[in-house]
Design a protein around this ligand. Structure first.
Ligand SMILES: [Zn+2]
Length: 235
């Protein structure tokens, strides 16, 4: 259950922090490109207790963000001059017309952006990219599935999901984050193979990583890329 939400500022960057109360014993937090989640046990009901534990977690989060500034998004994908969507280059043209809208031309491979981009514009653009790239991404997932674990796949979805690069359900549904589409193809392939290997092992056990390595021997390089550059693959 979402209990509260706040914004913290760190290295001049605003980050949204969500507090969840869940059936758990642990106090934990998770930092992703766009948001930070904190989780406390839902046995806490007294607001003072919750706030006290929440503040402890917030201190830890701030400490982590200060010591590892790569967790703070400084540059978003549209701040670059050229981006790649499934390895296709798109030129980003800055418009100085204050009324200009964020626009993407799939044919000319250009993106026109105003100085300030609203969240609404970003969401609309995300939906257009997903619509246009769903088929080639799904094709890649099915192709790699045939070449590797060869499991039954039900659904392949692309979602504007900020909390993970990919997801895999035990029913054989693979979800790829839109942010993944902005990575180089060799990294996209790693994310897809990672999710496909979850159709065999539903955890991150040693056996799981052995399987990933078998189908993608340089997986550590891809993980390194995501750790270092992943924060820049956000609309
Ligand atoms: Zn995984």
């Amino acid at each position: 259950m979402l209990y509260s939400k706040e914004t913290i500022t760190i290295h001049n960057t605003e980050k949204e922090v969500f507090l969840y109360l869940k059936k758990t014993r642990n106090h934990s937090f998770r930092i992703t490109a766009s948001k930070i989640s904190m989780t406390l046990p839902n046995i806490y009901t007294n607001p003072d207790t919750i706030v006290r534990h929440k503040n402890e977690l917030l201190d830890k989060i701030k400490e982590r963000l200060h010591s590892e500034p790569e967790w703070v998004v400084k540059k978003r994908i549209l701040d670059q001059t050229e981006i790649f969507i499934l390895n296709q280059p798109y030129k980003i043209i800055k418009s100085f017309d204050s009324k200009a809208a964020l626009d993407l031309d799939f044919h000319r491979k250009t993106i026109t952006r105003p100085e300030v981009i609203s969240n609404r514009d970003k969401t609309a653009m995300a939906q257009r990219i997903i619509k246009n790239y769903h088929r080639p991404i799904e094709h890649r997932v099915r192709q790699l599935n045939d070449l590797t674990v060869a499991k039954k796949l039900y659904h392949v979805d692309i979602k504007n999901n900020q909390s993970s690069w990919g997801l895999c359900s035990s029913k054989g549904e693979i979800t790829i984050s839109l942010n993944t589409a902005f990575a180089p193809l060799w990294v996209i392939d790693y994310i897809i193979i990672h999710e496909l290997c979850h159709l065999v092992h539903h955890d991150h056990s040693a056996q799981f990583w052995q399987l990933v390595e078998r189908y993608y021997p340089k997986y550590k390089l891809a993980k390194k890329y995501l750790k270092e550059k992943g924060m820049e693959l956000v609309l």
